[in-house]
Write a protein that binds this ligand. Structure first.
Ligand SMILES: Nc1ncnc2c1ncn2[C@@H]1O[C@H](COP(=O)(O)OP(=O)(O)OP(=O)(O)O)[C@@H](O)[C@H]1O
Ligand SMILES: CCCCCCCCCCCCC/C=C/[C@@H](O)[C@H](CO)NC(C)=O
Ligand SMILES: [Ca+2]
Length: 539
């Protein structure tokens, strides 16, 4: 029986008979068996079907095809909990169906493929892939070719793959080369590689729109191409904060189904020039020092961040500075409202028009900006939560990926143990902002400058104002007067900067962190089906 995209018939999985129904949005199959009194149905949203193949097909670990003319195989997304992480792991589910006739088999494959096209319009057909062969544990090529490429092939995605030979090759390619025909750009690497893609795509889009990136008051054009991240770096913070797990297969599947997650981006300026874009961390003081220190110990690999974090903590530094910020509308949201930016929860981005206006107005009427001055352990700005395995809730747990604002975290100078408490709270669910020396503000723009004379402090004694190391012998060199800015893992060559947040400037192939509880049933159904399949020796 068949109407439009609807199709219904009996199908066999092994020696069990199922009633299968394609309704357009869902593909369901229910065992026709007296024992299945609860009528348990396996339901796969059409949008989560990865591919449909004739015959009895297997993809992983190797492709094998048994070309029988009454069978077809459906590949789809299966969720499982990820253990330590907040998000869910996605895996490739597979079911091999048998039909009573070849005609019916062809009807099923045709209908399923048509439903896929109709209900997943954002699926990419052609991707430009950049692999950094030196990122992280240097496994980028292997990760792509063994785990990702077979999935892209199954989903009918053609990819043009470039293994980079130098830093900034991907950025330069995106700025200059022909990108016609590509739906998206995928980077296989870490946050540094993502940043290259970000700069290339934003720059290219503004060039083509005739917009000047240097002017912080200009409303930038959102990028038309999506970005996919296959995590293969030492730090994969952007992937973690937008997908919820660091897992190449999960990320590849998000790309295949054409997920679309807008992302806020900060543009960092010095005088009248663009210096860098930032999504995860623009940090002065502690995070800048950790990055600068870690660069000296690259040979340690990812461990260099732990080592440098300890050394910088022990050096007990704070820095004088003037921070000015343009607050976001407090009625819309607050960084302490204890909400979490989960998949499917959208906040409207702050209006770009009103932001441009306030930036321009601020030149003549600086009243809207709030100014604070003193000594800081760190000044951090993040456009999103910046959750990562070390800090599963992130630098700012209630920050939103695409609301057009950033969270400014000011940690005033304090005792070493107080600062340790602040750092430690990043690793737990305890509120890191509930400390007397910490402030957090939801903002649209931030300015940082150095005070004309050093030594300003806020409620600190003269003794506290000194920045000598509290553990002698480890780090007794004289503390520097200024720190550096860590901008998404790059050291900026300027201290006095302005950062403006641009709402939803780029889109990732991601959907934000899925609420495990909300999709639990689907997972259970799949598990139940897996058990059925195993008992038939099929899976
Ligand atoms: N072929 C290459 N040779 C050297 N550097 C490269 C190459 N391709 C990309 N890069 C640069 O390597 C830097 C780090 O890459 P990536 O983020 O993938 O790995 P990572 O190990 O997480 O990095 P990090 O060392 O910053 O933690 C990026 O900034 C990128 O510009
Ligand atoms: C006593 C325990 C201390 C633990 C402190 C944990 C704090 C973790 C906070 C991590 C925030 C990460 C923000 C993201 C930064 C990235 O942009 C950047 C580039 O990858 N990474 C780094 C390390 O600079
Ligand atoms: Ca944001």
């Amino acid at each position: 029986m068949e109407t439009d995209l609807k199709l219904e018939s009996s199908l066999w999985v092994g020696n069990k008979r199922y009633r299968a129904v394609l309704t357009g949005w869902h593909f369901n199959w229910t065992e026709v068996d007296k024992k299945n009194r609860d009528n348990q149905t396996i339901s796969v949203p059409v949008a989560e079907v990865v591919g449909v193949e004739e015959g009895r097909v297997e993809i992983l670990p190797q492709k094998s095809v048994e070309d029988t003319d009454k069978d077809f195989t459906v590949f789809y997304i299966k969720r499982s909990s990820s253990g330590g992480s907040y998000g869910l792991l996605w895996r490739l589910g597979r079911t091999q169906f048998s039909c009573p006739s070849r005609v019916l088999r062809d009807q099923w494959t045709k209908h399923l493929r048509t439903a896929l096209k109709t209900h997943s319009p954002l699926r990419p057909h052609r991707l430009l892939v950049f692999i950094n062969p030196f990122g992280g544990k240097k496994k980028g090529r292997k990760i792509y070719h063994s785990l990702v490429a077979p999935l892209f092939e199954l989903a009918g995605i053609s990819s043009h793959v470039i293994v980079t030979e130098r830093a900034n090759q991907a950025r330069d390619h995106l700025l200059k080369k022909d990108l016609t025909g590509f739906d998206g750009v995928v980077c296989v690497g870490g946050d540094g590689m993502f940043s290259e893609i970000l700069h290339g795509l934003i720059g290219r889009t503004q060039q083509e729109a005739g917009l000047c990136e240097n002017d912080p008051a200009v409303t930038l054009q959102p990028c038309p191409l999506h970005i996919g991240i296959i995590p293969a770096g030492s730090t994969d913070c952007v992937c973690y904060a937008t997908v919820g797990v660091i897992d190449p297969v999960t990320s590849a599947l998000h790309i295949i189904v054409g997920d679309s997650q807008p992302l806020d981006v900060g543009s960092v300026h010095q005088a009248s020039a663009l210096v860098h874009y930032s999504v995860s961390l623009l940090g002065y003081g502690f995070y800048g020092d950790v990055l600068a220190e870690s660069e000296k110990h690259r040979w340690m690999g990812p461990l260099r961040y732990d080592y440098s974090g300890t050394m910088v903590y022990l050096s007990n530094r704070s820095y004088a500075g003037i921070v000015q910020y343009l607050p976001a509308d407090p009625v819309l949201s607050s960084p302490r409202d204890r909400t979490r930016c989960l998949s499917g929860t959208f906040l409207n981005p702050a209006s770009s028009l009103s932001l441009s206006l306030s930036l321009s107005l601020s030149l003549i009427c600086p009243g809207e900006w709030v100014t604070v001055e003193g000594r800081f352990r760190c000044v951090s700005l993040t456009c999103m939560s910046s959750s990562c395995p070390k800090s599963p809730l992130g630098l700012s747990p209630s920050a939103h990926l695409a609301d057009g604002t950033g969270d400014l975290i000011l940690v005033w100078d304090t005792h070493p143990l107080g600062f340790l408490k602040f750092l430690y709270r990043h690793t737990s669910t305890e509120d890191q902002f509930d400390l007397p020396f910490v402030e957090v503000h939801r903002v649209k723009a931030v300015r940082f400058s150095l005070p004309s004379k050093r030594g300003t402090g806020r409620d600190l004694t003269n003794e506290q104002k000194t920045t000598t190391p509290f553990l002698c012998g480890l780090c007794c060199s004289k503390a520097p007067a200024v720190s550096v800015w860590n901008c998404d893992g790059e050291i900026l060559p300027f201290t006095e900067i302005l950062c403006r947040i641009h709402g939803q400037l780029v889109r990732l192939y991601a959907r934000g962190i899925e609420d495990g509880a909300a999709v639990h049933n689907c997972s259970e159904e799949n598990d139940q089906f897996e058990r059925t399949s195993f008992s038939n020796g099929l899976a």
